[in-house]
Each structure stands twice: as structure tokens, then as C-alpha cells.
Design a protein around this ligand. Structure first.
Ligand SMILES: Nc1ncnc2c1ncn2[C@@H]1O[C@H](COP(=O)(O)OP(=O)(O)OP(=O)(O)O)[C@@H](O)[C@H]1O
Ligand SMILES: [Mg+2]
Length: 480
């Protein structure tokens, strides 16, 4: 096969050089230009096997070039890169049929992977699905950090499909917002978005809430009622806190996903459903699976497209944007918008945010309501943050034993009258052993001799534990 030729358009010389070097070394020919018009001329001339283009160039806009390129060479894969890192650019790129979108700065190896994939994809003859061009300017999700870019990239790829999405992330990171965006930008946007939170409904009512019931199905069912599945027909069903779904309901849900239909409680008629399922959880489902509390087969059905929403402390760059967004949002029309000073902002950027975006949102809301000052300074922030901190850290001072006991109580309660799977002793001990060893190794910078001394165990024993607890000790960075 002849060496493929990659056409590159970007008005940043440095980026062109880096890309050319990478691709030439990996066995591709390249040709690059700073001008969109030159790129188009090459393509019209029949040159090139793949295109990588920037969005904003001196003479043209890469996204506007896309339809022109597709007109003459519909099968030419196009990769779009942009420094305009909004969810809108990601969705625009995807909607105009780009094969892949990369926010800048990008990881060269990832770009290379995608290029290689694109050539195989071309050969397989699969056509790209045409995403609907439904775009809004006022984006609901704020944040341009690389971590959020990754979220947008996945979002943009799946909005037009019916793929099942599982959103993971700590509490308050914006999981529900993302679920809503998945619906709002999808072809189902004019149909219902129905959310149901497994943790907020009494466990015995979850099945009737989801699947509905007929009159007389149980005591108190004096009339029949449609369940959320039926209400969400043709739309999106958001199953929030999926980790809290009782096992019986999980079995039923799995069956619905397999068969595409179900019966209501006490009903005989098969009800066919056409819903897109989006789930969210802040819990570790692998642990729940190991503990026999979550069905593994259901997990695989739901986890088709995983989206991980990073905690706010890992995307401090987004804090100023969010602060301004919430200041705008909560300032009453007609009243003066408060200003935040640089020291106050730095404090917020360095704060740990255990409650993530929700905590930041509440903080700004309170400050707007409660402080008379025009300028939000460090003193104001310290005052309001300390009030929050005392709430957030209320339970931290209990002893390890008491904390373990609390967890065990919760664990046994979850099983109600049944017994957990056998092997309980080892499972629980591992749970405590693992963080202890990880923490110790971190303290001694990965030195196993020192760690074994500190722990008071034999070095070989430590090595074995590291192995069977699957602790990653690469590069001295001990990862959990
Ligand atoms: N990126 C964001 N931009 C703007 N607002 C956000 C963002 N992320 C979260 N929020 C706001 O923060 C609050 C919490 O978000 P959301 O309810 O989506 O979090 P969650 O991950 O579902 O939390 P939980 O696990 O507690 O249910 C909401 O008011 C939401 O509008
Ligand atoms: Mg939520």
C-alpha cells in the first residue's frame, strides 16, 4: 500500500511542524499550509488521504470548510483541532461530520492513534452518522479545563446516538447537568427527559415507580399509574444513583434492556419502550459488584459509554469561570453585580471543594445574599468558607474503629435480611489494608524497605500484599 498523505492546515507554524514531524516519523507523508483556501485547493485536486484542520485561520474557518470538503470528497476523514475550547466547538465539529475533534493543547500520540483508526475505518466502509445540527449558544456547562474538554469530546460523539451512557463522578460535579445536556442536544430533545433518583425513593417503591402498576397490584394501588419508563417514551430516562438500585429492580431493568419491553406491576400487557438510558453514580460500582450488590451483566449493559466527570479540585482553571457564571446567575436584574478580587479568587482556586461545583454554587449564592459589600475579598471568602468547612468536616473526627463500624452497619443494612456473599473477612480486611499500604508507600516515596519497617511487617509479606492488593508502584507514584 502506498504511504498515506496527511494534509494539515493550521496558521500556527509550531503546531504544523510538530504534527509533520510526528507523522513523518510514523510512516506518513504530510503537506501543510497556514491557509484554508490552499487546503481546499489540494483537496479539490484529489490530493491527500486525511485532513487535520484548525478552526480559526487567517483566511478561513475550518468548520466552514468542512461542508465544502465533504461536497467534493465525502469519504475524506477530517480531524478538527481548536483552541476555542467550548462545548459548542466540540459539538459543532462533530455535527459537521468531523471524524474526530481535539481541543488544543492536544496529545500527539492520541492524534496519531485516531489517524491510524481513521484509515482502518475508511477501509471498513462504515459511514459516519450524520449528527443533527442543533446548536445553542448559551451553553449550560461551564468549564474549559482539559478535564472538561474530554467530557465534551465524548458528549459530542454520542449526542446524536442512542448509546447508553454512564456518568461517574463525585457528588456535585455536574452529573445531572451532563445527563440533561445529552438529552437537550439529542434528536430526542422535544420528547420528555425523565429523571429518577434511586437513592431518594424508598426501595420497595422503585419498581412501581419505574414500571408503573395496575389498580389493585398492591395494597394502596387504588388506580393504575404509568411508570417512568412509559413517561419517558421516545425521550431520555435518567437513572440517577444507579448504585442504589435494589437487586430485584436491577433484574427487571436488565430484562427490559434485553427485550425492549416490560409489563407493569400486576399488568399482563407487554409495554414496548423506546427510551435512551443515561445513568449516573458517585459510587464505585466495581466494589458493589464484588460485594454482590450490583449485577455485573447489568453493569456491562449500562456502561456502554462511560463519562467521568472530574472533581472540581482537579480543574482549578474552571473555578474563575464558574464564579463569574454564578455571580451573573444569582445577581438580581437591576442590582449591582459583585466583583471578586484576585486574592479571593486564588483562595477559591486552591480550595479542595469536597462538595464540588454544588458547594461553589452555594457559596456564591450565600455571599450574594448575605454580604453587603460590593467587592468579595479574601476576608469574606474565609468567613463563608469556614462556615462551610465546619459543616463538611463534621464527621471527620470520629475514630477509625467507629468509622469502620458505621460502614459495616450500612453494608449489612443494604443486605436487609439476606447474608452477604462469603469471604467477608478477607474483603473487609483488604479494604482497610489497601489504603494503609498505599499511604505508607507514599510517605516513604515508594521505598519498600522503609515501608515494611514503618508497618512492622516482613518485607516479603509487604511485597506479596502489594501484588495481591494490586497496588501500582510504578515511578514511585503510588496510585490507588
Ligand atoms: N460545569 C458546570 N457549569 C455550571 N453549573 C454546574 C456545573 N457543574 C455543576 N453545576 C451546578 O452544580 C450543581 C450540582 O450539579 P449536579 O446536580 O449536576 O451534580 P451531580 O454530580 O448530579 O451531584 P450528585 O451526585 O450530588 O447528585 C447544579 O446546580 C449544577 O447546575
Ligand atoms: Mg445528581
Amino acid at each position: 500500500m502506498k504511504k498515506p498523505l496527511i494534509l494539515i492546515a493550521d496558521d500556527d507554524n509550531a503546531i504544523r511542524l510538530v504534527l509533520e514531524k510526528k507523522f513523518n516519523r510514523s510512516g506518513f507523508y504530510t503537506k501543510s499550509t497556514a491557509k484554508g483556501k490552499t487546503l481546499l485547493a489540494w483537496i479539490k485536486n484529489g490530493e491527500g488521504d486525511l485532513v487535520i484542520t484548525d478552526v480559526i485561520m487567517e483566511d478561513s474557518n475550518g468548520l466552514e470548510l468542512l461542508p465544502l470538503i465533504q461536497n467534493v470528497r465525502p469519504d475524506l476523514p477530517i480531524i478538527v483541532m481548536s483552541g476555542l475550547n467550548t462545548i459548542k466547538t466540540a459539538i459543532d465539529a462533530s455535527a459537521s461530520g468531523a471524524y474526530e475533534y481535539f481541543p488544543k493543547p492536544f496529545d500527539l500520540d492520541k492524534v496519531l492513534d485516531v489517524v491510524i483508526k481513521a484509515f482502518n475505518y475508511e477501509k471498513s466502509g462504515i459511514k459516519k452518522t450524520e449528527a443533527e445540527n442543533i446548536l445553542y449558544d448559551d451553553m449550560p456547562i461551564i468549564g474549559r479545563s482539559p478535564a472538561m474538554q474530554e467530557v465534551y469530546r465524548i458528549l459530542a460523539k454520542v449526542v446524536a446516538s442512542d448509546l447508553t451512557v454512564m456518568i461517574r463522578g463525585e457528588s456535585g460535579t455536574g452529573k445531572e447537568l451532563i445527563a440533561q445536556a445529552l438529552h437537550d442536544y439529542s434528536p430526542r430533545k422535544d420528547k420528555p427527559f425523565i429523571a429518577i433518583n434511586m437513592a431518594a425513593i424508598p426501595r420497595e417503591l422503585i419498581e412501581s415507580e419505574l414500571f408503573g402498576y395496575e389498580r389493585g397490584a398492591f395494597t394502596g394501588a387504588d388506580r393504575s399509574r404509568k411508570g417512568k419508563f412509559e413517561q419517558a417514551d421516545e425521550g431520555t430516562l435518567f437513572l440517577d444513583e444507579i448504585g442504589d438500585m435494589p437487586l430485584e429492580a436491577q433484574t427487571r431493568l436488565l430484562r427490559v434492556l434485553q427485550d425492549g419491553c416490560f409489563t407493569s406491576l400486576g399488568g399482563k400487557k407487554l409495554i414496548y419502550t423506546n427510551v435512551r438510558i443515561v445513568t449516573a453514580t458517585h459510587r464505585n460500582l466495581s466494589d458493589l459488584i464484588n460485594d454482590g450488590l450490583f449485577r455485573e451483566d447489568l453493569y456491562y449493559r449500562l456502561n456502554v459509554v462511560p463519562i467521568f466527570v472530574p472533581p472540581l479540585r482537579e480543574r482549578a482553571d474552571d473555578v474563575p469561570l464558574l464564579v463569574h457564571h454564578f455571580l451573573n446567575q444569582f445577581t438580581d436584574i437591576g442590582s449591582e453585580k459583585k466583583i471578586i478580587d484576585a486574592n479571593a479568587l486564588t483562595k477559591l482556586e486552591n480550595y479542595q471543594w469536597p462538595g464540588n461545583v454544588r458547594e461553589l454554587e452555594n457559596l456564591i449564592k450565600r455571599i450574594i445574599i448575605l454580604t453587603p459589600h460590593e467587592i468579595i475579598d479574601l476576608e469574606t471568602i474565609n468567613l463563608y468558607l469556614s462556615k462551610f468547612e465546619s459543616i463538611n468536616t463534621k464527621n471527620v473526627n470520629i475514630s477509625l474503629g467507629a468509622s469502620v463500624e458505621k460502614h459495616l452497619n450500612k453494608y449489612f443494612d443494604l443486605h436487609k435480611n439476606e447474608l452477604p456473599a462469603s469471604g467477608l473477612y478477607n474483603r473487609i480486611i483488604h479494604e482497610v489494608e489497601r489504603p494503609l499500604i498505599v499511604k505508607t508507600l507514599k510517605l516513604v516515596k515508594g521505598n519498600q524497605l522503609k515501608a515494611s519497617e514503618l508497618l512492622g511487617i516482613n518485607r516479603n509479606t509487604l511485597r506479596k500484599k502489594i501484588m495481591y492488593l494490586d497496588i501500582d508502584i510504578g515511578n514511585n507514584n503510588v496510585n490507588i
